[in-house]
Design a protein around this ligand. Structure first.
Ligand code: SF4
Ligand code: SF4
Length: 388
């Protein structure tokens, strides 16, 4: 089949299977990114979540036999929930970033791409394909920009004209040669809103980011969260949406196209206290279908403890003491001790005694440091007014 008419058919089919935007680029190397990636790596800006072999990210022919084109796809996701939930001071809630709302997007994109590939296979002979989402070798935003889906903003995200940056991206390498689309043109102009709004100043201003400073990364690590980021995550226990929320291209954008991405406020603003002692089974039931569960429950529990500290939630202290007493993971115990020291306003001998007792049992050096600092902070507090 002549590939121009195949391309037209694929575009029509994409719409039919629920792909919101599609573009085509050739499979020539992305070697013009090499220097920038090397600089980023040398500067320690990589997170380790990227594909580990740089050459595989730049040269499609290293990961696919005779690649000719890359098909890039985007699915738009909602930026708001349709219901709301009242704030309850006795039952504080955290927040999940929008990219984690609903069924894990990796599954949704894989399904859409599989449908598209089946269609193309039925239309052609000897065609080969390699679909990728997020954890694949190629860099999603770069491929999408080259395939004309949009441009890469100063926030490092792909910005489309129809759906702003609220899109999930995937791509398919193939041995079919298609006419490439025009790459997206940079559209930030003089705007630096995202760069200025980023709480840890992770954005470098040219579309690149220091991934290790990004709160989205920080909420996904498994160890202690460095102190400087704890206040900055506020009540968001997974991801960060700030550089999307401030972007003028996202103003008024709220795409409710895919039923799998629809959620209730209660789902994406989970109660924090119950999360601290949630069983594996309940965690799987409540969060297992969402992207935020990919690192297991530990990072979310740590972040929930931090969010309670950021609320200065006095009602959380009994639960935090329970965690200190019962949790088998040193990092969770240490973070709980820190949170208690943040929330407690007064010199409370019973709490001091409790933290000191647990500190005496700790053997993990980082946890000893964390608990020692918490203990010192608790001891330095003033007496309650009625005891002055
Ligand atoms: S996701 Fe948040 S922390 Fe990361 S670059 Fe954007 S605003 Fe900054
Ligand atoms: S906020 Fe401004 S600078 Fe940042 S991505 Fe959007 S348009 Fe570009």
């Amino acid at each position: 089949m002549e590939t121009a008419s195949l391309k037209t058919k694929i575009i029509a089919k994409a719409k039919e299977v629920g792909i919101d935007k599609i573009g085509f680029t050739d499979a020539t190397p992305f070697d013009y990114l090499k220097e920038s990636l090397e600089t980023q790596q040398a500067a320690g800006h990589s997170t380790g979540f990227e594909h580990p072999i740089m050459a595989d990210r730049l040269y499609p022919d290293r990961i696919f036999d005779q690649p000719k084109s890359i098909i890039s796809i985007a699915l738009a996701y909602p930026s708001s929930v349709k219901d709301s939930i009242a704030q309850d001071k006795n039952n504080r809630r955290g927040a999940l970033a929008r990219a984690s709302w609903g069924i894990d997007y990796h599954h949704i994109l894989r399904d859409r791409m599989a449908q598209l590939i089946d269609f193309i296979k039925a239309e052609t002979q000897d065609a080969t394909f390699k679909p990728m989402v997020d954890t694949g070798e190629l860099i999603d935003v770069v491929t999408a920009q080259r395939a004309g889906l949009g441009f890469i903003g100063r926030n490092g995200l792909l910005i489309t004209s129809e759906f702003g940056s609220y899109v999930y991206l995937g791509e398919i390498i193939t041995n079919i040669e298609f006419e490439p689309d025009q790459p997206g043109e940079f559209g930030c102009g003089d705007c630096y809103r995202c760069v200025n709004a980023c709480p840890p100043q992770a954005l470098l201003g040219d579309g690149r980011l220091n991934g290790r400073r990004c709160l989205s990364y920080q909420t996904q690590t498994k160890g202690y969260m460095p102190l400087e980021f704890r206040r900055k995550i506020s009540h968001t226990i997974y991801g960060c949406d700030i550089c999307q929320l401030v972007c003028p291209y996202n103003k008024g954008i709220d795409s409710h196209i895919h039923p799998e991405m629809e959620v209730s406020a209660a789902e994406v603003q989970p109660e924090l206290k119950p999360l601290l002692t949630i069983s594996n089974k309940d965690f799987k039931n409540q969060f297992g279908h969402m992207a935020c569960a990919w690192r297991g429950k530990k990072p979310l529990q740590r972040n929930a403890i931090i969010a309670l500290a950021n609320y200065r939630d006095q009602t959380a202290i009994p639960k935090l003491l329970e965690v200190l007493e019962m949790d088998t993971r040193p990092m969770i115990r240490g973070t709980a001790a820190w949170a208690i020291s943040q929330i407690e306003r007064y010199y409370q001998p019973s709490i001091i005694e409790c933290v000191a007792k647990h500190l005496a049992k700790e053997t993990d050096p980082e946890t000893i440091d964390e608990m020692s600092a918490a203990l010192a902070s608790l001891k330095a507090k003033r007496l309650p007014k009625d005891q002055l």
